[in-house]
Design a binder for this molecule. Structure first.
Ligand code: FES
Length: 100
């Protein structure tokens, strides 16, 4: 298991890290999905994170209040070897429950 911290992944220029998702940032403020992934511990190695975040953003843009089943269907094309998906689903649901 990797021991990288989310901030290290975010700032490392890692080819699969959040750098690819820089366009989601609003200045120095992370997109709520990025922040929720960090807060919920939904990032471990970061390999799946860009795909998960983009799938989640597409989902909540189209359906602001998805069910857990909606979330699981939306991220189904992304494989995560680290998290077991529970924290990822929790992060997406947390954002979808907030007013954005
Ligand atoms: S966090 Fe490592 S593959 Fe998902």
């Amino acid at each position: 298991m990797f021991q990288s911290q989310p901030d290290e992944i975010l700032n490392s220029g890692h080819p699969f890290g959040f750098h690819e998702l820089g366009h989601l940032r609003q200045g120095e403020v992370l997109h709520p999905l990025q922040e929720a992934f960090i807060q919920k511990g939904a990032i471990q190695c970061g390999m799946c994170t860009p795909g998960m975040i983009l799938s989640a953003k597409a989902l909540v843009d189209e359906n602001p209040h998805p069910t857990e089943i909606d979330v699981r269907k939306a991220i189904a094309g992304n494989l995560c070897r680290c998290t077991g998906y529970v924290k990822i689903v929790d992060a997406i649901l947390a954002v979808s429950r907030e007013e954005r």
